[in-house]
Design a protein around this ligand. Structure first.
Ligand SMILES: [Zn+2]
Length: 194
């Protein structure tokens, strides 16, 4: 892929304070992102869920309780995905189209039946600045900028305030380099098939 498209993804929310602050920042820049929400938070903050969708962002399934799926039975995995799916649909009326396994932990067999049963593509990432270790906003920004490339998927967490603090500088510098922000589903649609 040579076009400078990039996807910004936010995991583990929504968060009652940090997610609305992030949405304000994204709106000011007309940047669309993808939110991999946890089902317990989706149920708790349906208004934030509706705001995410109303402002043109995408929501993906990140399970209900954030377990390591690779160590679970098919029935357990199915339940995690189904309950989160229902929480997203119940809050927003929009069905998620992709999932991200917590910790990136998933087997290839699981990916395959999840695609068949739920229609989900399993989405990991190309850049992980490890923002959850709280390295500081400027480090999060510099790691994202040095890892970013065309077709890239950036992973951060909208539950951490310093991550939100890092976003204006990160987004503005990527925009200055010519990147266009798209949702994960938009990015997938651009990938050459085959
Ligand atoms: Zn997560």
């Amino acid at each position: 892929m040579t076009q400078p498209f990039i996807a910004l993804t936010f995991d583990d929310g929504p968060h009652p304070v940090n997610t609305p602050r992030l949405l304000d920042l994204l709106k000011q820049r007309n940047v669309k992102a993808t939110f991999y929400v946890v089902g317990t938070n989706a149920k708790r903050y349906p208004e934030i869920m509706r705001r995410i969708v109303a402002e043109g962002h995408e929501i993906g399934n990140h399970t209900v309780t954030h377990p390591n799926l690779s160590k679970m039975s098919a029935e357990g995995v199915r339940n995690e995905l189904r309950v989160c799916h229902e929480a997203i649909v119940s809050a927003t009326g929009v069905a998620p189209r992709t999932m991200r396994p917590p910790y990136g932990a998933i087997t290839s067999a699981q990916k395959s039946w999840i695609k068949k049963e739920f229609g989900y593509s399993t989405i990991l990432w190309s850049v992980d600045p490890e923002d959850w270790k709280r390295p500081g906003s400027s480090v999060v920004t510099s790691r994202l900028l040095s890892g970013a490339g065309p077709g890239g998927i950036l992973l951060v967490h909208d539950i951490h305030a310093p991550t939100i603090d890092a976003m204006p500088s990160t987004i503005d510098q990527l925009l200055a380099k010519g990147y266009q922000f798209v949702t994960v589903t938009q990015l997938l649609a651009m990938e050459p098939k085959g």
